[in-house]
Ligand binder design. Structure first.
Ligand code: F6P
Length: 755
């Protein structure tokens, strides 16, 4: 019934509309035809009686002649369509007329002499008057006027309109009915066929499903795929709501059931050092560790890393493993030992003197040595072997971290072809021109393209990577889906801006902000009302520490009222100190701090306090809470999690963030005061603007930034990557099934899909 309405009603409406629009046109057309017909008849009548009438008019004095004219008119007027005939004198008097000549009509005047036609509308209806001149030898004898009744034309044309409308309506009804019947039958047969197909393997495989046996597994997989792909969508919709350890665990349980999670990074999450003969635990100053550790706590699994602490060997079991975190073990840390030579070539050499300056635009020249490269290859292989040995399944989810392991994804792929390898590049990726400096660019690109997913912090870095691959490698790039196919493997290249846990563990035991302010000011000998700006960094040349000190100097120059009031407290963990450029960075920063202090400092006040020491996360959070402003002035940074930690630490919704435009975080923390760290004066002005900012504006900005970090937290970061991995695993599974059915290799199917 509904179907009938859907088809028939619109069709009827359309046809009705056509009939309504066409009817007047049809009427006019019919009227024209009839009128032409009538005019023709008039001419015929005239020509047939012209001679008779002319001779009778000439004999007009004869009374008989007058009667004969009347009789003639009477006879001719019997024609159904002729109304009347009349004879007009030259002076336009009506001399003779047949009976039906309208009483109120005299002698109608023809607009043109001769046989012109004139239509007159009378009260009785439409009349056509055809007037014909009568003459003999040029003598005017008057006119013969023939009247036609046109009302029959109107009658007939309106009944024609009526019939037309009726005909179209019937036609429409018939067409709609036939269409509806055909559509219904077709739909039924489709549904029957689809049901048959989809239920072929559901109820009983091979039962008389009517379906080719080879196609059945595909249909089953299609159904599964549809179901499966719906779930991540539902989860994605929930993304905004609440990403935390529990949702991440659920995701793993539901989307990657039984997946074994393996992390590989150079830096370990827990370092044991010998201090004064005692084993001391240190959590390193590393954005990577800050981000990954909460994920491992949530998901469990094994984290393979370099055991770099002086007491690390003392704290592992016979298989170089230990359960961490020490206070509540949730996952396994597997330590790998590196010789000094390996450490030298792979970590200090290739990674930190080669790739690090290559990827960061800080104008430090990269150094590439063949001996470093050899160590880099060997150590990547060593970690890859250890990882494969740790894997208990053939398809683990492997999370490869950073530029230390560019070759490892392909090495693992060779041993575990079914593994889902997610590589995250924590530092920027330069443009192709810059990357071309690297003598082993092809090997590095090819190694990374062993990954299933390759993540960067920003879209810009992804585009740089695609451009680099395009330039130096034989591969297929699908820019729409952001995938690269190299050899047998397809890699999804995506931005996943890294973040921190929310709420951060380091916040849990913090004193209220007021107390933090007091205690920190007391600890560093500052006045209770001192303005405090803080910086927390590793002593790395990419962080722009000396430049921020120069900015403080500039501020004091421009705003002398801040002298004696403002202190910049910088804590900086020494890092990679074996490399001269890092030692120089520290030396330079110390020298600038000293110079500024010498210029503006007083006996009881120093504008810059530099503490070159590692601080545990809790101590860092206390500093953040005590500060009026946090200064992050990286010359170049993949993300910079210090900026996000500052925001996370400020649950009082106060404090100002001054942030370098060259840190990835500036793409997300839009309410920070964004600065160019190379513009010292502007940076000084921004610090001053931040310290003078009214409370309501500080709160508004901080609230928005906290919202952003709270939502896009580290669980969201990991969740997005794992969801992409889950989808990828499902597709691969389907491709393998199709390959089995069609007899093709799964990779060739994948190649088609992605190519
Ligand atoms: O920024 C890249 C990165 O790996 C970070 O994740 C981390 O903060 C830092 O470098 C650590 O460097 P390293 O482990 O060499 O001390």
């Amino acid at each position: 019934m509904r179907m009938a309405f859907r088809f028939i009603l619109p069709l009827l409406l359309v046809l009705g509309g056509i009939a309504w629009a066409a009817a007047p046109l049809v009427g006019t057309l019919i009227e024209r035809w009839f009128r032409a017909d009538v005019e023709m008849r008039s001419q015929l009548v005239f020509h047939s009686i012209e001679d008779t009438v002319t001779s009778l008019v000439m004999a007009q004095t004869d009374r008989k002649a007058g009667r004969r004219v009347d009789e003639l008119f009477k006879r001719i007027a019997q024609d159904e369509r002729l109304l009347a005939l009349g004879l007009c004198t030259p002076d336009n008097r009506l001399n003779n007329r047949s009976a039906a000549w309208p009483k109120d009509l005299g002698c109608p005047m023809a607009p043109v002499s001769g046989t012109a036609f004139l239509v007159e509308r009378l009260a009785e209806g439409a009349v056509l008057a055809a007037s014909f001149a009568l003459s003999v030898d040029g003598v005017n004898l008057g006119r013969l006027v023939i009247l036609h009744d046109l009302s029959f034309i109107e009658r007939r044309s309106s009944s024609a309109e009526y019939y037309l409308a009726g005909f179209l309506a019937l036609l429409g009804l018939a067409a709609a009915t036939v269409t509806a019947i055909v559509a219904r039958l077709t739909l039924r047969s489709w549904l029957r066929a689809a049901r048959k197909g989809l239920s072929a393997q559901g109820g009983g495989e091979g039962e008389d499903s009517g379906m080719a046996i080879e196609v059945a597994p595909l249909v089953r997989e299609m159904r599964k795929m549809l179901r499966d792909l719906d779930v991540p969508r539902a989860l994605t919709e929930a993304i905004r709501v609440d990403w935390g350890p529990e949702s991440l665990r659920n995701l793993l349980r539901n989307e990657l059931p039984d997946a074994e999670v393996l992390v590989v990074s150079n830096r370990e999450p827990y370092i044991h050092n010998l201090e004064d003969g005692q084993v001391a635990l240190q959590r390193p100053a590393s954005g990577l560790v800050t981000a990954l550790e909460p994920i491992m706590r949530a998901c469990g699994g094994t984290w393979i890393a370099h055991g770099s602490g002086s007491a690390d060997r003392m704290t592992v079991d016979g298989d170089d493993r230990l359960a961490v975190p020490p206070e509540a073990p949730a996952y396994t840390l597997r330590r790998l030992w590196l010789s000094d030579e390996e450490q030298e070539g792979y970590y200090y050499g290739l990674a930190n003197e080669g790739l690090w300056p290559l990827c960061h635009i800080a104008f430090v020249r990269p150094t590439f040595r063949a001996s470093d490269w050899e160590q880099y290859v060997a150590v990547n292989q060593k970690f890859a072997n250890a990882l494969v040995a740790e894997a208990r399944t053939r398809n683990p989810v492997v999370l490869v971290q950073d530029y230390h392991f560019a070759l490892l994804p392909r090495m693992v792929r060779e041993k575990l072809p079914e593994a889902t390898i997610i590589t995250f590049w924590h530092i920027p990726w330069p443009n192709a021109e810059v990357f071309s400096i690297c003598p082993w660019k092809e090997e590095i690109l090819s190694g990374l393209l062993g990954s299933s997913i390759l993540g960067f912090h920003t879209q810009f870095h992804c585009l740089n990577f695609l451009e680099t691959v395009d330039r130096f490698l034989e591969c297929q790039i699908d820019r729409e889906h952001s995938t690269v196919r190299a050899g047998d493997n397809t890699t999804l290249v995506r931005p996943y801006p890294i973040s921190i846990e929310w709420p951060p563990a380091a916040l849990a035991a913090q004193a209220p902000v007021d107390e933090c302010r007091k205690s920190v000011r007391l600890k560093y000998g500052l006045a209770a009302d001192a303005l405090l700006a803080v910086g927390v960094e590793r002593f790395d040349y990419t962080k722009g520490i000396a430049d921020r000190f120069r900015a403080v100097e500039s501020l004091l120059e421009v705003h002398p009222e801040c002298i004696g009031r403002l202190t910049m407290l910088q804590v900086a963990a020494p890092t990679r100190s074996q490399l001269a450029v890092y030692r120089d960075t520290q030396t330079e920063a110390e020298a600038v701090a000293e110079a500024v202090n010498a210029r503006f400092g007083t006996d009881d006040w120093a504008p810059i306090i530099l503490v070159p020491k590692h601080h545990e996360p809790e101590a860092v959070f206390t500093l953040f809470r005590a500060a009026d402003l946090c200064l992050v002035s990286s010359l170049h940074d993949g993300m910079n999690l210090v900026a996000k930690e500052f925001v996370a630490a400020r649950d009082d919704e106060d404090g100002v963030l001054v942030l370098s435009t060259f840190a990835g975080a500036s793409r997300e923390l839009l309410e920070a005061l964004i600065v160019n760290p190379y513009d010292i004066r502007a940076m000084g002005d921004a610090i001053h603007a931040g310290l003078s900012m009214p409370l309501d504006q500080r709160r508004e900005r901080m609230r928005l930034m906290r919202e952003m970090v709270g939502e896009n937290n580290i669980y969201f970061w990991a969740g997005r990557m794992l969801l992409d991995a889950a989808r990828m695993r499902k597709r691969q599974h389907i491709e393998r099934q199709i390959a089995v059915v069609s007899g093709k290799s799964a990779t060739s199917i994948g190649a088609k899909r992605h190519g």
